[in-house]
Design a binder for this molecule. Structure first.
Ligand code: HEC
Ligand code: HEC
Length: 457
């Protein structure tokens, strides 16, 4: 019988018993003999901690800007905001009478099914035309966070997913959306016809209103909104009558858009800083932004790469990006732009549709919009002006604070849907605070005359 050599095992067992011996000897060591080691470690730690504290407490210094940084900085300056381009799809876009009419409509709760909700219920002037909620709420609960509408006249796309390509066509959605104002275009046309002031304003801008007195042809309430009681009444109408009512509805949207075009951000502390820098007044500039805020600006344009998407004087490229914002637990991930572009293309009120006033119907934005896998889970880049007091942030209000937003960008987590375009940044806690400090310098009173920022008298 062959004897299996057990040496290997025996050796290992012997080693194990030696090492337990070592371990038990170690635990029996008197503390006194260990003291020098403890002391060295403790002193080393203390030195490191004090060093780190001094390092992080050292005052930030005002950056000496490179030519490239100066160029980038000027590109964000509000003085470089171009004049608002005309909107040829809306013939009354820049008519002050339309803005006055739209102002009234924007604040009028009679434009909802129960008479309680106006645009201004969710887009509140004293909250930068947002509402401070996770998601908008009126007759029901919206799926998304209420964005500010300030400066959106510059955007070729409206909504987080860009499913609307003009301000006037956007304004039509909440009016009939059952979870927003839940109204119907027939009742809206009747409201305009029945209110002396509205009737006068409307006819001065758009010509005569249809005669809605024949109850056989024009029901009290009607709209092509699936699943509502208004739908069958709408379907019972003849196409020409539907068309004349839809025209009134569209004109309401065009007047509201004329008002929204007046809502513009004003120059902030950041803009005064750039102005001083441009005028080579470095000592003046140093009093406008703190060194931490200026360092935040440098990070924004450099290491943190924010400017890749948040660029131009409104700090948005008005494009769609996936930044890996995770959806609220229990809610399905937002498909964002991939659905938005299909909705925009199928919208009867889009740039190519019959209700646009533009005879050219160029519509390059709509025809050449990016689509496909790269826009899955992509949302519209929001402006970063006037973020103070508009928390929570992100498309479903998922991000409670700007500090949390900076942590998100620093980590750049994997997206639940599509892929996150942003990369981890490796920012220190202090750098995140500096970025946040910079964002606060973008806050300023609107450039809009105060009478537009409250309900009309
Ligand atoms: C229930 C609250 C609510 C009401 C009422 C409401 N909105 Fe909104 N609004 C929202 C929400 C939520 C969004 C974002 C929805 C989305 O992107 O899917 C939004 C988006 C917008 C946008 C797009 C902004 C951007 O940055 O893309 C504009 C413009 C706008 N609303 C104007 C209006 C107008 C005009 C009215 C009245 C006719 C109105 N809203 C009524 C909640 C509301
Ligand atoms: C790849 C493009 C991209 C980059 C890079 C980027 N952002 Fe954004 N940002 C977006 C988009 C898109 C959203 C909306 C995301 C959402 O809600 O899902 C957003 C949202 C935000 C918001 C929330 C605003 C609001 O009103 O809800 C803040 C604040 C913000 N970004 C700041 C920054 C800062 C600071 C950086 C640099 C650290 C940065 N972003 C880098 C595209 C980008």
């Amino acid at each position: 019988m062959v004897k299996v050599p057990l040496h290997g095992v025996e050796d290992r067992l012997a080693e194990d018993s030696r090492s337990t011996d070592d371990a038990s000897r170690l635990t029996r060591w008197p503390v006194g003999r260990l003291f020098p080691i403890f002391a060295i470690i403790a002193i080393g730690l203390a030195v490191a901690l004090v060093g780190a504290a001094l390092f992080s407490l050292r005052p930030a210094v005002h950056p000496a800007w490179t030519d490239h940084e100066l160029q980038l900085m000027e590109s964000l300056w509000i003085a470089n905001l171009p004049p608002l381009p005309p909107d040829p799809s809306n013939a009354v876009a820049d008519d002050p009478r339309a803005a006055g009419f739209g102002h009234r409509l924007f604040f009028d709760p009679r434009l909802s099914d129960n008479g309680e909700f106006a645009c201004s219920s969710c887009h509140q002037p004293d909250r930068r035309f947002s509402d401070g909620r996770l998601t908008g709420a009126a007759l029901g609960e919206s799926k998304r966070n209420t964005p500010s509408i300030v400066g959106t006249a510059y955007s070729p796309w409206l909504y987080w997913d860009g499913r609307k390509d003009s301000q006037w066509s956007q304004a039509l959605s909440p009016l009939e959306d059952p979870i927003e104002q839940g109204g119907n275009r027939m009742a809206l046309a009747r409201l305009i016809a029945g209110d002396t002031e509205y009737r006068r304003a409307y006819t001065a801008l758009f010509g005569t209103l249809p005669d809605l007195s024949d109850a056989g042809r024009f029901p009290a309430e009607a709209a092509p909104v699936p699943g509502t009681p208004f739908e069958s009444a709408w379907n019972s109408m003849n196409p020409a009558d539907r068309e004349s009512v839809t025209r009134v509805f569209v004109n309401i949207g065009k007047a509201i858009a004329a008002y929204e075009r007046l809502l513009m951000p004003g120059p902030s502390r950041f803009d005064r800083y750039v102005e001083a820098i441009v005028h080579r007044d470095a000592s003046q500039a140093g009093t406008i932004l703190s060194a931490d805020e200026a360092t935040g600006l440098r990070l924004f344009m450099g290491k943190a790469r924010c400017i890749e998407c948040h660029n131009g004087p409104l700090l948005t490229n008005n494009e769609f990006h996936n930044t890996g914002i995770i959806s609220v637990p229990g809610k399905i991930p937002d498909r964002g732009r991939i659905d938005g572009i299909h909705m925009a293309r199928g919208d009867p009120f889009n740039c190519l549709g019959a209700y646009s006033d533009d005879p050219e119907k160029d519509c390059a934005e709509l025809r050449f919009a990016r689509t496909g896998a790269e826009v899955v889970g992509a949302l519209r880049t929001p402006s970063l002006r006037n973020l103070q007091g508009t928390a929570p942030y992100s498309h479903q209000g998922q991000t409670p604070s700007l500090g949390e937003m900076m942590r998100h960008y620093d980590r750049a987590p994997l997206a639940l849907i599509g892929h996150n375009e942003a990369k981890p940044l490796g920012l220190s806690r202090r750098e995140r605070a500096q970025l946040e400090a910079f964002l606060a310098t973008l806050d300023a009173p609107l450039a809009t005359a105060p009478q537009w920022l409250a309900a009309p008298p």
